[in-house]
Design a protein around this ligand. Sequence first.
Ligand code: SF4
Length: 408
Amino acid sequence: MAEIKKLETAKLMKKVMADHFYEIDAAVKSGNPKVAWCTSVGPAELLRAMGFLVYFPENHAAILGASRAANDCIPAANAIGYSPEICSYLTSDVGAYLKGFTPLAKIYDGIDSIPKPDVLVYNTNQCRDVKDWFEWYAREWKVPCLGIESFVNVGDVTKDHVDSIAAQMKKLAADITAATGNKMDEDLLKETVRLSRKCSDLWKDVLEIATNKPSPLTFFDGTIHMGPAVCLRGTQVAVDYYETLLKELRGWVAQGVAAVTGERHRIYWEGMPIWGKLRENAKLFLGLETCLVASTYCNSWIFTALDPDDPWNSMARAYTELFIVRDDDFKGEYYRRMLDLFDFDGIIFHDAKTCPANSNCRYGLPQRFSKETGIPFITIDGDLNDLRCYSEEQAITKIEAFIEQLDG
Ligand code: SF4
């Protein structure tokens, strides 16, 4: 059976992520610079421009999922009242803390725990769970928890939306100064937004390399290489990383290297990854000569609205026009654009039990899209971290039947 092809740049990513965690760990131990926690699509640029190092607990939760430690941790959070039905990133992460466990200690010599922050900063643009998650730690550590209350189910993003979120961001910066003493540096904000936009543009180019036939990149590769776009956007390190990755991928395209040898089908993945089954699923699709060429998930860290000449309004727009914030009409139109771009044969919707915000198959959207475009779909029941919600056998049977249907 064909093997999963590894990009050389993956080695660089290990170093980049190790440097990220060691830098934050050293800052916590020395007390300088201060550390802020931020939600994955929260105002990272604002925090960097105020002098914080930024830590993303969703990244930690994904590591808990990918290393399959999540299932041992979730019950500890359930035991203190956090339902098994809510976000399993939250329950994995809080459960791990309650058990005194972090995979970071296993991976990185000298790191003993997750970093205790000086401030926790959320944006509810993705869901309410992130606020509940951060508030738990705020109570535990007695540190301030501040954030932005976002709009949801947005159709067109209007000036009113942008004005409102930009005003909240400015107030947030003032509240952070009051809570921590760190002040906003407007020049640094422009520079951080510039770097973040550059990172976003490069990440977009990386993902759109999969428009090539055959594609040199799969969704599974994307979930690995997105680390710097999530954790290091707004820094030169992330820009350098994606320039290196893009160069290698362009080399693969020039040589006709396919991520999936003999690529016969191209599929769009809609929803969260099943972190604990990434490798198994990558191999399954490899065996079926099917490439998952694109996903809403990996695209979530593309922020094309960011503009260093108008940092506040452009941050407000970028973090409001995200797919997850939008209504179903927008989402259907978005799939049509993705179809034009990536020319896929079918869509797999992942119904992630504990993440309704990223499960777009519950209100008839797949059926409407399929009717309009003729693109077939299936729905897989599973979860991002809680593998008790995922029936692997059933998923494999469904996927194999789907590929047979596409063959027909
Ligand atoms: S979007 Fe989903 S996975 Fe992410 S924090 Fe919210 S509920 Fe959890």
